[in-house]
Design a protein around this ligand. Structure first.
Ligand SMILES: CSCCC(=O)C(=O)COP(=O)(O)O
Ligand SMILES: [Zn+2]
Length: 202
């Protein structure tokens, strides 16, 4: 079971690395392994996530601490993953820093959210109506991780979602790895599109 989950998460990591979404050791990923007790695989902190090694992930529990003896440190942002798994039935959490998601988080940061409308790809989030709007909340980039996690948790209500952390990155979650990756790709597409549109409009 754990090996299967490891390979599944490794495959997602590989695909996001191919997109060059792990600049400067940024980013963290996790995949739920069990519900009772809650355990999940999470990326080890500080690694170059483009590399594939036997120490890429470690198993942690509901408190985000290692579930077994290891010299590896869980991602510094594991507490955000913990909030999602404890509040929802999500099965996978993906966090990446890209230039475009950072620009959008700064441009709309004072508004506290970015709203995407009139874009076919918002159907990826199950929004099929012609006048549908897809909103991504934007939270401040608190350096104190428990404070960041509390601000983040205020926007975690459903089994799938996305939150932008201002001038930091995006965290997206879904019921499984396929859905989380689909949402992340759709969010990145929308951020890239808005950045280009804003530049053209100037
Ligand atoms: C060098 S990026 C700063 C930390 C961060 O935001 C991140 O996503 C990676 O941290 P981790 O501990 O998960 O490697
Ligand atoms: Zn980060």
């Amino acid at each position: 079971m754990r090996q299967k989950k490891w390979e599944e998460l490794a495959e997602v990591k590989r695909e996001l690395a191919e997109r060059d979404w792990f600049m400067g050791t940024s980013g963290n990923l996790s995949l739920k392994v069990s519900d009772e007790p809650l355990t999940f695989l999470v990326t080890a902190s500080g690694k170059d996530k483009r590399k594939e090694t036997a120490e890429d992930f470690l198993l942690v529990g509901a408190d985000g601490q290692p579930a077994e003896a290891t010299h590896l440190k869980p991602s510094a942002e594991t507490l955000l993953h913990v909030k999602i798994y404890n509040k929802t039935n999500a099965g996978c959490v993906l966090h990446v820093h890209t230039v475009d998601n950072n620009v959008i988080s700064e441009w709309y940061g004072d508004e506290g959210e970015v709203v995407f409308t009139n874009q076919e790809l918002i159907k990826a989030f199950g929004l099929w109506e012609e006048d549908a709007a897809f909103r991504i909340p934007i939270i401040p980039n608190f350096a104190h991780i428990p404070t960041l996690a509390d601000a983040f948790a205020k926007h975690v209500h459903a089994d799938a979602g996305a939150v932008l952390i201002r001038n930091h990155g995006i965290t997206v979650w879904g019921k499984d790895a396929f859905e989380a990756k689909k949402f992340l790709e759709a969010c990145e597409f929308l951020c890239q599109y808005y950045v280009k549109l804003l530049l053209l409009k100037r």
